[in-house]
Design a protein around this ligand. Structure first.
Ligand SMILES: NC(=O)C1=CN([C@@H]2O[C@H](COP(=O)(O)OP(=O)(O)OC[C@H]3O[C@@H](n4cnc5c(N)ncnc54)[C@H](OP(=O)(O)O)[C@@H]3O)[C@@H](O)[C@H]2O)C=CC1
Ligand SMILES: O=C(O)[C@@H]1CCC=N1
Length: 273
């Protein structure tokens, strides 16, 4: 069965569920009519229905009609959703993709009570514009299904396969990371406004500069310090600004924030029990 013929049920049509659905269709590999999004308040899915997607509040029916099931609910919503779909699951047919933070493959299997293939994926919100960084891991998926999941997420950005044990770290670095970089861009724009630019101009200038910095690393495959060395003139203003930031804990704040996020991600599901 080609990807274009597979039916997909995205359980949890919220921020990520919608972004994934849109990204998959925009990438040209999937049809909106083959994707069903579920949520309890289906009224909020009407704009998606207007674009050809299917919407439902019936998770069990959506699963029964699908080949691929994407779990995109919050960790604290997972158990009740799995309980409502367990009878509709056919392990010989269904492939599960879970983007739920902090939930292991074994957690899903033991809640369902059936040995289904589960691939965990950790994308970020840039999936909406096919610019996600998605980390993928599984303990029990076949190589073919791993390949299929990689293809799905490659259509909406870059992918990397990691050990499942590193999934919480991946959550902090790539999923939460979007917010961390956005906050640093906001801070740059606030600095820009203080030194003379209108807020809108400062934000555009900061965002394009951040894009340029990331693009340099991705284009040359270089280390940030190599690129920084090219900016910092001796006795210049860049090193003066950089050192002031470091004296105030810039790198340390980012490192500690990422570590705290990873620790929180690891406990999101279990702490809720
Ligand atoms: N946001 C992000 O950047 C990222 C999030 N994640 C993970 O992805 C998952 C989804 O996150 P996100 O999209 O941000 O969260 P949202 O809260 O936006 O989406 C969750 C959706 O699940 C729906 N939902 C809740 N209960 C049910 C139910 N019983 N049946 C069907 N749908 C239900 C909610 O709608 P309703 O209330 O109408 O039912 C809501 O639309 C989380 O596990 C998160 O940790 C992973 C990577 C990045
Ligand atoms: O904040 C959260 O818990 C989710 C998981 C990763 C990004 N957002």
């Amino acid at each position: 069965m080609s990807e274009l013929n597979k039916k997909i049920a995205i359980l949890g049509g919220g921020n990520m569920g919608i972004a994934l659905a849109k990204g998959m269709v925009a990438a040209g590999k999937y049809r909106a009519e083959d994707i069903t999004l579920t949520r309890r308040n289906t009224k909020l899915l009407e704009p998606m229905v207007a674009q050809g997607y299917r919407a439902s509040s019936n998770n069990a029916l959506a699963v029964a009609e699908a080949d691929i099931i994407v779990l995109s609910i919050l960790p604290q919503q997972l158990d009740s959703v799995l309980d409502t779909i367990s009878e509709s699951i056919d392990p010989s047919r269904h492939l599960f993709i879970s983007i739920v933070t902090g939930v292991a493959v074994t957690d899903i299997i033991s809640r369902i009570g059936k040995v289904v293939e589960v691939v965990r994926a950790m994308p970020n919100t840039a999936i909406a514009i096919q610019q996600s960084m998605t980390c993928i891991a599984s303990k029990n998926a076949s190589p073919q299904n791993m390949e299929l999941v990689k293809e799905i997420f490659s259509a909406v950005g870059e992918t990397v396969e990691i050990e499942e044990e590193l999934m919480s770290s991946a959550t902090a670095l790539v999923a939460c990371g979007i917010a961390f970089f956005l906050r640093s861009i906001r801070a740059a724009a606030q600095g820009g406004t203080e030194i003379g630019f209108h807020a809108g101009d400062a934000l555009r200038m900061a965002a394009q500069t951040a894009k340029g910095a990331a693009s340099l690393l991705l284009h040359f495959g270089s280390h940030p310090e190599n690129e920084i060395d090219k900016v910092t003139s001796p006795k210049g203003c860049t090193i003066a600004g950089l050192n002031e930031m470091e004296h105030n804990g810039f790198s340390s704040a980012m490192i500690k924030g990422i570590r705290t996020s990873a620790q929180k991600a690891e406990k999101l599901y279990t702490d809720d029990k």
